[in-house]
Design a protein around this ligand. Structure first.
Ligand code: UDP
Ligand code: MN
Length: 273
């Protein structure tokens, strides 16, 4: 049964990150999610890309940080460095939904993950670099204008210790590490690609259960050169061994089979320009 008051939410501020959002959205569909799919975009995303996003997502929502609440504008004026951060926390304004799962555009689900909606705000998986912090690439939250305003106020008063949304959210939900173990998502829901080689025996033991892979840092999948004949990523020095390759190949195969046709179709519809 479709659940219309819950949604997966992602963000892309340009056409490049949109490629990630498209693979994420299509993968959620391929694994037959029963939830709505929402992508937040900003003004730089092209008209053509918006049209393609609209083929995969139920809602394509432009969140223009400068035109929304006055509160946001004031906060931005004081701390311009937090721009992208503020864009992500706009997800709390999606009050047409009662509960959501936010996912970065550089994540890809490998199976159905609808069970995440059984979790409560604020649930997230540990960050592989500092496990007392959560990674803000995948999290469960409840949209609320009150929470949104408090996050903005917090950001204005305290900034973010890492300059991004992860620092802000970790300070705001500061009891995450100790308060409630049910809010610790298993690492397999946000398997950072670097863990594939930093703890190889653990990956060998548990990696086959991975549900979401997160291509944190660089290179992002869409920046890699992919050879569709050999099904291999070429000339990339920063890869973490063969397993990293296999996850990238999976991303690229999804992109080629499910997303490229949508992009081509839209190009033909628009005519050449
Ligand atoms: N993002 C975006 N445009 C940007 C940078 C980031 O839309 O120029 C969004 C996108 O959803 C991305 C998320 O913000 O996945 C977090 O950034 P990123 O994944 O690059 O950070 P990392 O996970 O590598 O720390
Ligand atoms: Mn990310």
């Amino acid at each position: 049964m479709p659940v219309t008051d819950q949604a997966f939410v992602t963000l892309c501020t340009n056409d490049i990150y949109s490629q990630g959002a498209l693979v994420l959205g299509k993968s959620l569909r391929n694994h037959e999610t029963s939830r709505k799919l929402v992508v937040m975009i900003t003004s730089q995303v092209s008209g053509r890309m918006r049209a393609v996003l609209g083929k995969v997502f139920d809602e394509v929502l432009e969140v223009d940080i400068l035109d929304s609440a006055d509160l946001v504008r004031l906060s931005l004026l004081k701390r311009p460095e937090l721009g992208v951060t503020f864009t992500k926390i706009q997800c709390w304004t999606l009050t047409q939904y009662t509960k959501c799962v936010y996912m970065d555009a550089d994540t890809i689900p490998l199976r159905n993950i609808d069970e995440l909606f059984d979790r409560e705000e604020f649930s997230a998986a540990p960050d592989s670099g500092w496990p007392d912090c959560f990674n803000s690439g995948v999290f469960v939250f409840r949209p609320s204008l009150d929470t949104f305003r408090r996050l903005l106020q917090y950001a204005e008063d305290n900034g973010s210790f890492d300059g991004g949304d992860q620092g802000l959210l970790n300070s705001f939900f500061s009891n995450w590490a100790t308060a409630d173990i049910s809010k610790h998502l298993p690492f397999i829901y946000n398997l950072s690609i670097s863990s594939v080689y930093t703890y190889i025996p653990a990956f060998k033991q548990f990696g086959s259960e991975a549900k979401v892979v997160h291509f944190i840092g660089t290179p992002k999948p869409w920046n890699c050169k992919y050879n569709p004949q050999s099904k291999w990523v070429v000339e990339e020095e920063a890869l973490n061994g063969e397993q990293h390759q296999l996850f990238l190949v999976h991303w690229w195969e999804t992109y080629i089979s499910d997303i490229l046709p949508l992009l081509t179709e839209q190009e033909e519809f628009d005519g050449t320009d």
